[in-house]
Ligand binder design. Structure first.
Ligand SMILES: NC(=O)c1ccc[n+]([C@@H]2O[C@H](COP(=O)([O-])OP(=O)(O)OC[C@H]3O[C@@H](n4cnc5c(N)ncnc54)[C@H](OP(=O)(O)O)[C@@H]3O)[C@@H](O)[C@H]2O)c1
Length: 82
């Protein structure tokens, strides 16, 4: 689909976000970063995909895209800030 790239998927615990993660992981060549809002079932979903595809390049972070502090914290943790 995308070749060797890093893709960030917000709202990755369900719906379109989760479907996109599954498609990228199935392709195998993409580093996929799943992000979830605190308190949802994201970490469990992450573990489930990890079990299904143990060799996948997969990471997860907590992120609320409407919360500036959450965004700044995530950017730093994920290595996107200078
Ligand atoms: N389904 C369709 O056929 C379709 C078609 C066209 C467009 N869309 C649009 O595409 C978007 C996603 O659709 P969907 O069906 O995947 O919806 P969904 O199943 O309701 O999933 C929405 C995702 O966004 C997350 N989210 C909501 N607010 C967020 C925030 N502030 N920060 C980070 N994540 C947040 C939710 O997390 P939580 O679980 O924590 O709430 C959830 O993971 C929606 O805007 C929808 O209107 C959908």
């Amino acid at each position: 689909m995308l070749g060797a790239r890093r893709v960030v998927v917000t709202g990755a615990n369900k719906g379109i976000g989760l479907a996109l993660v599954r498609a990228l992981v199935a392709e195998g060549s993409t580093d996929v970063i799943m992000t979830f809002r605190k308190g949802n079932n994201g970490p469990e979903i992450y573990e489930q995909i990890r079990k299904e595809c143990p060799n996948a390049l997969l990471h997860y972070y907590l992120l609320d895209i409407t919360d500036e502090a959450s965004m700044c914290s995530w950017l730093a943790k994920a290595g996107f800030s200078s």
